[in-house]
Write a new protein. Sequence first.
Lengths: 233, 267
Amino acid sequence: MRTKQMLLALLTLLVCSSLMFAGTVSGKVTYTGTPAKQKPIDMSKEPSCAKQHATPVTVETVVTGPNNALENVVVYVSSGAPDDGQVPSQAVTFEQKGCQYLPHVLAMHVNQELKIVNSDQTSHNIHPLAKVNREWNKSQPPGTPPISEKYDKPEFISVKCNVHPWMHGEFAVLNTNHYDLSKGGGDFKLPNLPPGKYTITAWHEDYGTQTADVTITGNETKDVNFTFKAKAY
Amino acid sequence: MAKFFAITIIVIAILSAIPILRHTWVAPEDISTHGHLIDEQMSETMAEAGISFLAAQFILAIFVWRFSNPGPDAKIKKFPGGAKGLVIAALLVVGIEVMALGIFGVKAWANVYLSPPSADAMPIQVQAGQFAFYFRYPGPDGKLGPIHPELINEGSQNFYGLDPEHDPDSKDDIVTAEMAIPVNKEIHLLMHSKDVGHSFFVRELRVQQDFVPGLDVSLHFTATKVGKYEIVCTQLCGLGHYNMKAYLSVMSQPDFDDWMKKEAAMQ
């Protein structure tokens, strides 16, 4: 009994201490200039998808929020991350719904299981245009079980559907678990970073990449902001 | 047995002719100005081919009935002139038949494909690509901007590879996924393929034309009835071929103008 209590106390102490010395990098992703108009998508060819959208959905290449916030930017620790090689056991899910990819940008760890789900009443043919990894494309009729895949090298991969030309998504295959996707306000957060020197990279599918170097000394939150220049077309 | 076989041939031949003579399966309504020529040609071809088919079956049945049990002493008769004469006669008969169909049929076909469109025909470009059609209207300037294949980006809806930033003609081009046309207005369809062979087929328009990669193909037609029709690809083009379609909306001129405004606002 006593040993068990001792162990528990020790464990709690360990967890607390690791939390105590874990820094966080957080910030905002914004843009300057005027982004290109995101055109509406005409899905009339696929009525089962078109009727799922009360108002026509638009292209999601550049998704913005209030105060020039830029969404769908993958922010990750590109060098110095302490967890290299630790593949999460949980799968990430990429859904095809209403002839769109949900989410539009999906980040995952190298060798992490990727589950591709077809929730539509029509066939899709998912075709990630990998260049470093092995390229494949797979047909997925409605009602078929999820496709399970993984990528063994880090790469940013554009995803298209061979049946519905307007469908477009992105995979970010990363060598780290320290990543985040900027949300509605352009915010991101990379917690649990032990003291050390890091390079933080922000990647946007149209606007490219930016990097910033950060040093974490203890239990602190470092502010890092990224600003991308919008392309007019 | 031979007599039973001969009767079976006759019965099958007559039964197969009945639905055609009774017009059991009629073609969909024709909504084009040239469609009646195609339909007449189809009827003529069907009549000629049908008569030839029935004649061949009857002759076959007669021969089976009469000559299948010649008996041990019967003499085998020969076609006058021997095999050589038979082959030449067959070539002549079939050749004349095929030539006649071609010569008479070209009238209907040439009317759609060889005559130039009238000067005020409305140009619409159609691009076929795996597995969808996209249409481009020239906009108020009446000019289609140049295509830059390297700029094609389906993810951002630049299906044609247009560069409106640098090409003034592309600025007002309108790209749509649905084809709308005004009723009773001649349409000059400019066709090209982005990738492989496809086909543009609208049953009601009596139009079916292949897209040939690398070729700019054009045709013209006039639709005479308001409605929504299906445009399908009828050239096996890959995995998603079954799903390659678009809709053709034939509208009154005011409806078309409204549609055009709406589409222009979405560019």
